[in-house]
Design a protein around this ligand. Structure first.
Ligand code: ZN
Length: 359
């Protein structure tokens, strides 16, 4: 697979929605866009073809805001999976997930080997590093009723400060391997930005304002903050409803009835004792919480008594959905909990999973 590195944006490219980029770009492309400060901000869009918020934000930024004035800082724009974007798909059959193909920072080895994309992305990575990037932003969308959030791969105050400019809640993850943000974290502050559902104007506006804010930064603060000012979370467990148990979101309709608007709890920190569901005619352990080693940690997360299901410790759910089908096929939610960036052990936590990336 041939690298496609451009020194300026092709004429007419900004007129095109993500679904039409394939007409001008043959594959993953890197474009330099010169600005006043030569150390570039790396902006990655469309690693997943159906997640077009990043591209929409860049179109507005370059077409409207900076059409006739110089960018405060150069941009190195990575345009990912244009062939999947054509069909509004995450990726095409036979393609790897692009965001698993970047060199893994710790081992400097690719996770997916013998794939043309891994050698292409390694080449792009080397080219990016030659330019001493200022910071890197990899822009994504996800499904469900989740707020926008920033995710990072290292407990590094520059990254936390950069993330706090995007959202008050920050997710720490180290898995899956092969993500662009983890690869770039070796070289500069680097974030994955989750901008809600694709096609939502609010996500585009937020990404646009944030990119512009990053372009105007001269430096990134690295001053440690008190723990209580840092809402940094990691994934604790995946929660399933016991197989064969009847459940619903209607009161008194089944063995297990969840509270109304359960999905509104996404990304809110629930204090211990938060009511999640009523159990009718039984007091069984109707939820199962497994950590990412597959260990059952249900009893440290939930209580099942007096006909109620409640939380036992401070927890923050994500990906909660009222869709019974999705819960049956996939899971009820992911649970996160706060980590203390000032704790000495914080920087050595490994095997932390990003909730969005579980396909
Ligand atoms: Zn994505």
């Amino acid at each position: 697979m041939q690298p496609n590195i451009l020194e300026q944006l092709p004429e007419g490219l900004l007129e095109k929605p993500a679904t039409a980029l394939y007409q001008q770009l043959s594959g993953p492309t890197m474009v330099h866009i010169a600005g006043r400060n030569p150390r570039p901000l790396v902006v990655s869009v469309l690693q997943h073809g159906n997640e077009d918020t990043g591209w929409e934000a860049m179109r507005i930024l370059l077409k409207h805001r900076y059409a006739y004035r110089e960018l405060p800082r150069s941009i190195c724009l990575l345009i990912g999976n244009v062939s999947a974007a054509r069909l509004r798909r995450r990726r095409l059959d036979g393609q790897p997930d692009f965001n698993r193909c970047w060199p893994h920072a710790e081992s400097n080895r690719n996770v997916i080997t013998n794939d043309p994309y891994t050698s292409l992305f390694r080449y792009y990575m080397d080219k990016l590093c030659e330019q001493q990037p200022f910071a890197a932003l990899d822009i994504h969308n996800n499904t469900g009723l989740n707020p926008h959030y920033a995710a990072l791969n290292r407990i590094d105050w520059r990254m936390i400060h950069l993330a706090r400019l995007f959202s008050d809640k920050i997710v720490y993850f180290t898995m899956p391997h092969g993500t662009l943000s983890n690869a770039m974290a070796e070289h500069c502050p680097s974030l994955t930005l989750e901008c809600g559902q694709a096609g939502n104007v609010h996500g585009t506006d937020h990404a646009l304002e944030y990119i512009e804010q990053c372009l105007q930064l001269d430096s990134i603060d690295d001053t440690p903050l008190p723990t209580e000012q840092t809402q940094l979370y990691h994934m604790l467990a995946t929660v399933y409803v016991s197989a064969d148990l009847r459940f619903s979101f209607m009161p008194e309709k089944s063995m297990l009835s969840f509270i109304a608007n359960l999905d509104h709890l996404n990304f809110t920190e629930m204090p211990p004792g938060t009511l999640l569901a009523h159990m009718h005619g039984h007091n069984s352990r109707c939820l199962l919480a497994l950590d990412h080693y597959g260990q059952d940690i249900t009893d440290s997360c939930f209580s099942f008594s007096d006909g109620t299901v409640r939380t036992l410790r401070p927890l923050m759910p994500s990906m909660l959905t009222p869709d019974v089908q999705v819960i049956r096929q996939d899971c009820l939610c992911y649970l996160m909990e706060r980590i203390d960036p000032n704790a000495p052990a914080a920087s050595i936590i490994s095997n932390e999973v990003l909730p969005e990336s579980l396909e």
